[in-house]
Design a binder for this molecule. Structure first.
Ligand code: NDP
Length: 326
């Protein structure tokens, strides 16, 4: 028997309960895993509270991320005792996820735990950190260098934003951090490596088609009017890596930044990211994240506390990372 957070739906409400299950109830897969840690992402918050249509089949164990130890494997790449990490692939959405003591998964979705990290540290990174790395890599691939100018990071206090700031600072970029919680979080964001704090409301004003050029590049986790403003302010030949919709999924912009300033908008997805790119990103996270990253604010919670944290993350009230010890 093992313990799991189970989501069910009653009268269109999502109900989360903690249940004792056995291995025979786990979904199909060729690797059985003891989960050491999971983590809480914005998407998990939407799934657990039912505020977003993330889950379409119930019952479901949420948790889009997990780090664990292989118990049984029908795939020659993994042996019992191997430590692995999983993010994305629809786990915690269409396949039972990480918020349980056990998971049965497809070997193709796994990445060997990078040697730089233990399971808890990997979950302090999680989908959010992997996505931040993919965004930073997108800017590097677009030819944006530290000499190009300042990089703007939106949703700075969130999981993706805070790792993006850390990685960019480690790569010697000047980073301006956009936050709606400047009073509370400026000190922390600067300790991660932000050189300047920008108040969120400054970016929420309606954007003119083109505005004063301020940023060599940007990592945007917010979307909507904030992304529209960022696009209007990016330098000639700049690039924006867009991965999120914390402020909304619309994009009220014009083609002007693209056709008059050669601005590039690069979408970033971590969920279906192919194995090789994923493994390289984990490797790069291992090389770039300083030890201090793992000493910063991280809340470790049990399955009983997940529902409350899920509510908080959907309200933008969580700072830094929440890891779950099932
Ligand atoms: P978090 O909730 O941890 O962080 C989001 C941050 O955005 C908040 O901390 C807050 O920062 C800011 N924010 C919240 N609400 C608003 C709002 N209404 N308008 C403007 N800013 C807001 O989420 P994550 O960092 O985990 O994820 C960020 C986004 O990226 C989400 O939309 C998520 O779905 C998406 N995502 C996409 C992935 C992909 O593969 N494409 C993978 C992972 C995440 P502050 O208080 O500092 O302003």
């Amino acid at each position: 028997m093992f313990k799991a957070l189970l989501l069910n739906q009653q009268e269109k409400q999502t109900i989360a309960t903690i249940e004792q299950l056995d291995d025979s109830q786990l979904p199909q897969g060729n690797v059985l895993i003891d989960v050491d840690y999971s983590s809480l992402n914005y998407k998990d918050g939407l799934a657990i509270t039912g505020k977003g249509k993330i889950i379409r089949q119930f019952p479901m164990v949420p948790g889009i991320d997990l780090a664990g130890t292989v118990v049984e494997s029908g795939d020659e790449r993994y042996q019992p005792g191997d430590q692995v990490v999983l993010t994305g692939w629809g786990v915690g959405e269409t396949h039972w996820g990480g918020m349980a003591e056990r998971a049965r998964l497809n070997a193709d979705w796994l990445v060997p735990l990078p040697k730089h990290f233990n399971g808890k540290q990997a979950m302090m990174i999680g989908t959010a950190g992997l996505t931040a790395m993919l965004c930073v890599q997108a800017l590097v691939d677009a030819g944006i260098t530290p000499e190009s100018g300042e990089i703007l990071v939106t949703g700075a206090s969130g999981g993706v934003g805070s790792v993006a700031i850390t990685l960019l600072a480690q790569l010697s970029y000047q980073v301006a951090a956009v936050t709606g919680r400047a009073e509370e979080n400026s000190g922390w964001l600067k300790s991660l490596g932000a050189t300047r704090i920008v108040e969120r409301h400054e970016l929420e004003e309606p954007a003119r088609p083109l505005e004063k050029q301020l940023w060599a590049g940007a990592v945007d986790t917010v979307g909507s009017k904030v992304l529209a403003k960022v696009l209007a302010q990016v330098d000639y030949n700049g690039a924006v890596a867009a991965c999120g919709l914390a402020g909304g999924f619309d994009l009220p912009t014009t083609v002007m930044p693209f056709i008059l300033r050669n601005v590039r908008l690069q979408g970033v997805d971590s969920v279906m990211c192919p194995f090789e790119k994923r493994q390289q990103a984990w490797q790069r996270l291992g090389e770039l994240l300083p030890a201090s990253y793992f000493e910063q604010a991280c809340r470790e919670v049990s399955l009983d506390e997940v529902a409350e944290c899920a509510e908080a993350i959907t309200k933008g009230q969580i700072t830094g990372r929440v890891v779950i010890k099932p």
